[in-house]
Design a protein around this ligand. Sequence first.
Ligand SMILES: *Cc1c(COP(=O)(O)O)cnc(C)c1O
Length: 446
Amino acid sequence: MLTDAESLKQSFPLLNELCALQPVTWLNPRYTSMQEGYPHVGLSAEQVADAAARLERFAPWLAIAFPETQASGGIIESPICPLPVLQTVLDARYGQQLTGALWLKKDSHLPVSGSIKARGGIYEVLAHAEKLAIEAGLLTPQDDYVRLAEPEFRQFFGQHRIAVGSTGNLGLSIGIISAALGFDVTVHMSADARAWKKQKLRSHGVTVVEYEQDYGVAVAEGRRQAAMDERCFFIDDENSHNLFLGYAVAGDRLKQQLAAQQITVDAEHPLFVYLPCGVGGGPGGVAFGLKLAFGDSVHCIFAEPTHSPCMLLGVHTGLHDDISVQDLGIDNVTAADGLAVGRASGFVGRAMERLLSAFYTLTDEEMYALLGLTERHQQLALEPSALAGMAGPWRLTAQSEQLEKQGISARALAGATHLVWATGGGMVPPDEMAKYRVAAALALKE
Ligand SMILES: *Cc1c(COP(=O)(O)O)cnc(C)c1O
């Protein structure tokens, strides 16, 4: 492997910086228009609309099963908010004044499971439940899905099993929603998964299997065990189209939210969205939905830890899931839950490589510093991974020459909206948050 790694570094000099764990920013030379890129995705606007309609059908049941969704009529969605104070603070930190306005998408506070996984993970389980119930003749799409709360359905789903491998947050989403429907659900957790997430799942009646290895092993083992059981449905975070579609529904919803705030998105007022990336399904699906909603006026940027830059590595080399960060001697150890993934989804990388504007990496220390500043200046408690996108606006706009090549002028930047996708943190217990705060103070050298 070593010789391979050496020759790869010669072909792709950026890998030297990646291996040295230096933060890198890479503008994607294969980036193209939505018109050219869309046919390569392999999924359609109709499929995303179908997913949105399915979530609408389930909304009446969700409003009952999860009272915190009652206010939104059973629709699981998060608000956006401006970050004017933090924008000024970060201008000073990065020594560069950001043009345009900084906003936050608070998926950290999504109902049910407090992370971006409440989109794809929950959607996938609902789609599976609907399929089973329709096939069994228990349900039709015209029914009021409030019926799913009846004992008959719980009993029916109780005969079926669901399994998933996770670093934590996907397990939380799948576990909580599956248990609420009545499924017999098992979550295979990697070593880096937090104890409180395992406890929370067990309190919902979910079976948690723990591994001493990383995410890749937890997934492989979960997949293997599920394959031996024909009543078990394995949720495949690396390859699932349904997960991806569940995330993509966010695009049109964000369009409505921005319109409600009277924020224009067009060629003169581009939207930049900064998405923390693990295996890629979450940010990839959201990015696809955004591209469908805003076309070439939206620019999607993926953020990864310096210790786990799997998507950057896969897309940059074109090797996708044929290479892992470990192949280059990078350890895949990071405090950013959900981002500790060594091998990217090959499906997402190949589907989206023409539609993603840029990729960058940042250190855990920087995520902690941003965590501390966000809490102090905006009173928002997020988990480290949710901060990965926060450095993005300054990183990207520092590359003004390269941005011109992607057709983004200084004039357009002046009218830009920079939206950082905060992907998790809403359910972090106070004592865990206190530990994050200590790490943040260290990172800020206080
Ligand atoms: C899962 C997760 C991500 C990234 O999603 P992927 O689909 O793994 O790329 C980002 N942030 C948090 C908090 C997550 O849990």
